[in-house]
Design a binder for this molecule. Structure first.
Ligand code: FE
Length: 283
């Protein structure tokens, strides 16, 4: 894990999120899945929700279906209640992660369990390979105490949700795209170097402060996403204030994507089948 050994990836692309509304009217910042950045294969969508105005989140996400991919919810503040038609229920509290493999079909709801105060977190959509799109649904819920934190030089701390940083191994395993998902907290003036598998797609989203990435120290402001180019690691510095970064990497699928709302398949025929199956109550 010596940063001097890695060939850091440069920033290949920079984009800003855009305001969006989803569910029953939850206001959020859409970072992936926009006209500017349709996807970062295998990542199909990244939404950031962050508001202390209940009107922005109170309507929640009532019952809705998914097929063909995985939804990941990472809570930073607030509480959400999850329920689905496969019998899973859960309370997502600050610091917890829900990794739901929709597979052949699931109907679920995610509703806020608070009427005021800050609600903050992310939802990430991770695609499934064609051979796994119709697997049985799977639900993993990880409480905050089970997400290890790697303490690195300079006061950097890394919450490891998926993947490995030194001895800290993320609790999410057995996912088709071998994802890495990290929450980095970098004190002002500090710098961190981490290896990343060659060939994985990778991005960083800056949600506090400002980051400087790669040997070129490309500035990535708060609210922006940096899609990384080729290399075998990443170097992130916080040149100004303390900085928080969500880092995700995954094996790209390089398969056709047919996408309609909450269904993500490979062909238009499979999308038509998904709509029909949902309407017939086959989820
Ligand atoms: Fe959902």
């Amino acid at each position: 894990m010596d940063g001097a050994m890695i060939r850091p990836r440069p920033v290949a692309r920079l984009a800003r999120g855009m305001p969006a509304s989803d569910g029953a009217g939850v206001k959020l910042n859409r970072v992936i899945g926009t006209p500017q950045l349709a996807d970062v294969d295998p990542f199909l969508m990244l939404d950031e929700f962050r508001s202390d105005d209940a009107a922005d989140y109170i309507a929640g996400f009532p019952d809705h279906p998914h097929r063909g991919f995985e939804t990941v919810t990472y809570m930073l503040a607030g509480r959400m209640r999850h329920g689905d038609n496969k019998g899973h229920t859960g309370r997502l509290e600050a610091g917890s992660v829900q990794w739901m493999t929709a597979g052949r079909g699931i109907v679920h709801s995610e509703m806020p369990e608070q009427e005021n105060g800050l609600m903050q977190g992310f939802q990430l959509w991770v695609n499934l390979p064609a051979k796994d799109k119709m697997v049985a649904p799977r639900y993993q819920e990880i409480p905050p105490a089970e997400i290890p934190v790697a303490s690195l030089p300079g006061g950097v701390s890394v919450k490891v949700i998926a993947g490995r940083v030194g001895d800290a191994k993320g609790p999410i395993e057995g996912i088709a795209t071998d994802p890495i998902l990290l929450d980095l907290a970098i004190p002002a003036g500090a710098r961190v170097a981490l290896p990343l598998p060659q060939g994985h797609s990778a991005f960083l989203y800056v949600f506090d402060g400002e980051a400087a990435i790669g040997e070129a120290a490309t500035r990535v402001p708060h609210g922006s996403i940096a899609v990384l180019g080729e290399g075998d690691g990443v170097v992130v510095a916080a040149p100004g204030a303390a900085t928080r970064v969500l880092l995700a990497a995954g094996r790209p699928l390089n398969e056709p994507v047919a996408r309609y709302g909450p269904f993500v398949m490979n062909t238009a025929d499979e999308i038509r089948q998904a709509i029909l199956d949902f309407q017939l109550g086959r989820f």
